[in-house]
Write a protein that binds this ligand. Sequence first.
Ligand SMILES: Cc1cc2nc3c(=O)[nH]c(=O)nc-3n(C[C@H](O)[C@H](O)[C@H](O)COP(=O)(O)O)c2cc1C
Length: 156
Amino acid sequence: MGPSLRSVMACFPTGVTVVATRDASGAPLGLTVNSFTSVSLDPPLVLVCIAHRSASHDPIIASQSFTVSVLSAAQGDIAQRFATSPSEGRFDGVDWRGAPSGHPVIEGAAAWLDCSIDEVIVAGDHSILLGRTVACGAGDQPALVFHRGEMGSTDG
Ligand SMILES: Cc1cc2nc3c(=O)[nH]c(=O)nc-3n(C[C@H](O)[C@H](O)[C@H](O)COP(=O)(O)O)c2cc1C
């Protein structure tokens, strides 16, 4: 038996994002996600994979839309916070603004996207959410990097 898929995938460096929406009462919710990938430029499609057991899974699909905040190198604490239970109150004390959809974008993020869900594809224990980008923006901060279980920076 070789190494686990998890430990093999940990060798592939990724950026780190917070995928977020608002629930039916308007409260912001979100989670740390590194499965974010661009899919198509025309039409502008991206995807994220969300675990079925994640508390954010159903509310994100119910809202039919989500934001992606690409975390900057200085936001390792945000990545930890949005990956740790409980989910309630994750946005307390976190600076965020509303994207055009009104869903949260984390202040200081290196880039952000505002997406409507085009398709939900059930894939094993995750759902692939195919998002159509309706608005996006970028700053010039270095981005946070996740590699072999450690957080780093694109700045080295
Ligand atoms: C670097 C990193 C990347 C992650 N990427 C994903 C991901 O792509 N999809 C996912 O469902 N969970 C991912 N997680 C795990 C969730 O952030 C974590 O399970 C979170 O507590 C889920 O919150 P929720 O139950 O409130 O939705 C990641 C965690 C870390 C630390």
